[in-house]
Design a protein around this ligand. Structure first.
Ligand code: BDR
Ligand code: CA
Length: 318
């Protein structure tokens, strides 16, 4: 099977960790690198979490780069309290993992991304599941990458449902709405996997128990990490009945778009008014060719089956 070159741009985070596991468990992915972003945790902590999760899953062969440490419109990043509440103080559910053997790469995440697009072009899939600061910076520095890249599928935004940080804004977009707007109004084609579909794709302790029952280190640690996240969801929004698989759903859709139903739109992101962070159709470009596919419905049963198949097989080996 020809494998797809993939880069993940993550603010690792519990569901970001699940995105790593999905990419490593998928038989058709060659994960060539991870870029670190700020968001759920500060950028350095996110990078360390990515290395730890990769090592827990038997991969010391995948490089991790750091991207930008704050939004393009600010000179620092303040972590929101809700991030610590949902992902734990350390970002991975307060579970202690050994210090990673591999170090963070010296090259910047933005340059790594630009070089990879130049090298692999249409064979490259990028999945950002944090703020879009790194991608916007890469497009600003090397505008040609917008049309050279093969696939960009991101977790972020909300079109048909309210935001999860404000009534309008989803967390990733809210971190840097200006960067998200720059990306979505660039010539780059993308697929948006937002709260419209991720809040319908849930995991419960029934599934994490199956990982625990494997009796492996990875199975047990992931069960502990994700149980923390499930409990946080119960505390914050107990009518959902589980935790949302935001970031791993974006990886799944990048690989198999038939998991979701999309509508074609041109989009803008509001960044200078009371609707900060809102992802909405661009009424100035209603008659122009579209560049964003927005997921509005999901085949959650088929996705969950694939998710469990990939992750269980991976945890069994580690
Ligand atoms: C998104 O925000 C982050 O907290 C999660 O990791 C996910 O990417 C959900 O709104
Ligand atoms: Ca994330």
């Amino acid at each position: 099977m020809a494998k797809r070159k993939m880069i993940l741009d993550l603010d690792t985070g519990i569901d970001d960790s699940l995105a790593i596991a999905y990419a490593l468990g998928a038989p058709d992915v060659d994960l060539i690198g991870i870029i670190g972003s700020y968001g759920n945790v500060v950028v350095e902590a996110g990078g360390q979490n990515s290395l730890k999760i990769l090592e827990l899953l038997g991969h010391t062969d995948i490089p991790v780069y750091l991207g930008e440490s704050h939004s393009s419109t600010s000179d620092h990043f303040d972590r929101m309290q809700v991030s610590a509440d949902i992902h734990g103080e350390n970002g991975i559910g307060q579970v202690e993992l050994p210090a990673p053997k591999r170090s963070i790469e010296k090259e910047s995440g933005v340059d790594f991304l630009i070089d990879a697009v130049h090298k692999y072009g249409k064979d490259l899939t990028l999945v950002p599941t944090g703020p879009m600061t790194n991608l916007a910076a890469a497009i600003k520095k090397a505008p040609e990458i917008a049309t050279e890249i093969g696939n960009m599928t991101f977790m972020g935004g909300a079109l048909t449902v309210p935001g999860n940080v404000t009534a309008y804004a989803e967390a990733n977009i809210n971190q840097d709405a200006e960067a998200a707007n720059a990306v979505l109004t660039s010539p780059m084609h993308s697929t948006m996997v937002g709260l419209d579909v991720t809040l319908r794709t849930l995991l419960t302790k029934k599934e994490t128990q199956q990982w625990r029952d494997l009796g492996t280190d990875a199975g047990e640690k992931f069960a502990d990490i994700v149980d923390y996240y499930i409990q946080a969801y119960v505390d914050v929004n107990d009518n959902l009945g589980g935790c949302a698989l935001h970031d791993p759903l974006a990886v799944g859709v990048a690989l198999d778009p038939s998991f979701v139903t999309t509508i074609d739109l041109n989009m803008v992101v509001n960044y200078n008014k009371e609707t900060y962070g809102r992802t909405i159709g661009d009424d100035n470009r209603l008659n122009e060719p579209t560049n964003v596919k927005v997921a509005v419905a999901v085949d959650k049963d088929r996705y969950l089956k694939t998710f469990m198949e990939y992750l269980t097989a991976l945890f069994k080996k580690n």
